[in-house]
Design a protein around this ligand. Sequence first.
Ligand code: ATP
Ligand code: MG
Length: 284
Amino acid sequence: MDLYNVISLLGKGTFGTVHLCERKHNSQKIVIKRISINLENGDEINVAKNEVAVLKSLNHPNIIEYFDSFMKNGTLYIVMEYASKGTLFDFIARSRPNRFQPQIVMNLFCQIVLGLNHIHSRNVIHRDLKCENIFLTGLQGDVIKIGDFGISKILLNNKNAHTLIGTCNYVAPEICDGKPYDSKSDIWSLGCILYEMCAMEKMFDGTLSNVVLSIAAGRRKVIDVHFYGVQMQQMIEIMLQIDPNDRPDTMKLMTLSDVFPSLHVLGTNLGCIPHTYKFNFSQH
Ligand code: ATP
Ligand code: MG
């Protein structure tokens, strides 16, 4: 901590506190997440080690950057990029009662898809994708970064992550059934987020049992298709398929006709998208 000045407390999470700090030598603002480690609790140490490992393996403009980590007196310090323009949750809250233009939604969505594609391509599942864990940054607040991998887990070959820790509003049906997480569980959450960016309200609200009942009853709210277009609605629907196999992966999402042009605008290298993915909405 000798290298940093603490500026303020940003908040307390499940595993520790988050401070806004600055590097002494160049005044660069960074975030330090402190996690107290119970050295006798193997699970806790693993969660912490996991967060570090996950962050270390990721490097993408739409992902919060990991800088450093160190242990001191049973506390793990994780130094990461500071996102100065708040979260997508805040952005939606302060924009109400207005709604976002379709191009804005698509731009935000594409950035999330690009970040998520990077995560999934590294065999990582986020497991708690929600508007509170998507950060805004950049001078105009128009750069999206996925953050908070505190409870994500590197996917092992046997896809072993079972525990329900994610926020219940975005939780996929297979997780409610006690099945293991996989990358398609993040796609479910992404569908909820896309709906929320169009409707400015959550797809599934209330307690875990309310959410589970709504999902089981097939209750789905629809967006204003006159304003956002039928394709946007179809995109939400395919991400909210009960069977994870029926949900598109991030690569498929990137080839959709609504998404593809927005990726161009973002200046993405489209050469990496295989042309073999021809996605057809009528299949679902
Ligand atoms: P949970 O433990 O369930 O994730 P949480 O998100 O409230 O809960 P933290 O992730 O510890 O807890 O974050 C605490 C606060 O710090 C939140 O308000 C979050 O928005 C903010 N925060 C976390 N990381 C960053 C970051 N890189 N840049 C800016 N703010 C951040
Ligand atoms: Mg968090």
